[in-house]
Design a protein around this ligand. Structure first.
Ligand code: SAM
Length: 268
């Protein structure tokens, strides 16, 4: 065996490689890629998921940051014309450069935990290209993504992701499925961008502002936390009880607040 088959997992790249065949198959079944589909894998590592994705007959692009993994991936998969390897940072990748048909791209990845939130936001900026996403994430993050109003998990991440996507927490994966085992539990999540937004905001940036302000101090009432943006009267006019705390509001209520803000003459 040549040297490049012995890759030592690197912590700074968030490398925890899947080695449990049962878990790998369960993930591949959940994704259920088909012949001719466009699939993008983020962080293929040593190819634990890549092999099954290619076997499905899909056209597969992969983005891997660690240069040392490139020869390993090429040795395994470059002979397959449906395989395309991109070396680089997924956070900077231009997804439109893959030129997928609208709502066609299927994005998958056992993500490095340190980049999962910014990466999801980067992908949501390109939601119109994406059919669905399947990710392995920290279980805590999946619980926040899938949360509903009223609990401690409901916050900025839940609201901004659910604005764009339907979220399904599919199943949990313990540390033993990985080499090396991470110190945390993981879970698989499915995100499906809405064909039509259920609660479209007049200005997406204003929704971001309201949600950020509201959750900056999640124990305070909305009347208090939103003081700099909206008066008590404006909050009432949006049909929201200003004495509630942010975690008690659903997405539709946050959108009503953002749309109120959009009506202010100096809103920007
Ligand atoms: N998919 C493989 C598996 O399941 O065994 C590897 C998963 S490992 C948790 C995360 C992978 O993402 C590593 O291969 C790592 O080098 C890669 N990675 C880390 N940061 C990245 C980034 N910014 N862009 C692309 N890939 C990245």
């Amino acid at each position: 065996m040549s040297d490049h088959h012995h890759h030592r997992a690197r912590k700074r790249f968030g490398q925890n490689f899947l080695h449990d065949a049962g878990v790998i198959h369960r993930i591949l079944r959940a994704i259920h890629a088909r012949e001719g589909e466009r699939v993008l894998e983020i962080g293929p590592g040593q190819g634990a998921l890549t092999e099954g994705l290619l076997d499905s007959g899909a056209q597969l692009d992969v983005i891997e940051l660690d240069r040392d993994l490139i020869p390993i991936l090429n040795a395994k998969f470059a002979a397959e014309p449906r395989f395309q390897l991109h070396q680089g940072d997924a956070l900077k990748f231009d997804f439109a450069s893959l030129d997928p048909a609208p709502h066609s791209l299927r994005v998958v990845g056992n993500l490095p935990y340190n980049i999962s939130t910014p990466l999801i936001f980067h992908l949501l900026n390109n939601a119109a290209l994406i059919r669905d996403m399947h990710f392995m994430l920290q279980k805590e993050v999946v619980e926040r993504l899938a949360a509903g109003p009223g609990g401690k998990d409901w916050g900025r991440l839940s609201i901004m992701v659910q604005y764009h996507c339907r979220v399904e927490h599919l199943f949990n994966v313990g540390p033993g499925a990985f080499n090396p085992p991470p110190k945390i539990d993981s879970a698989i999540v499915r995100l499906v961008p809405h064909a039509v937004l259920p609660h479209p905001a007049k200005d997406h940036r204003l929704l971001e502002n309201v949600v950020r302000e509201a959750f900056n101090q999640r124990r305070k009432t909305l009347r208090n936390t939103l003081k700099a943006l909206l008066s008590a009267d404006e909050i009432e006019a949006a049909g929201v009880d200003g004495s509630l705390r942010p975690e008690q509001l659903d997405l539709a209520a946050f959108v009503r607040l953002a749309d109120r803000l959009a009506e202010q003459p100096n809103a920007a």
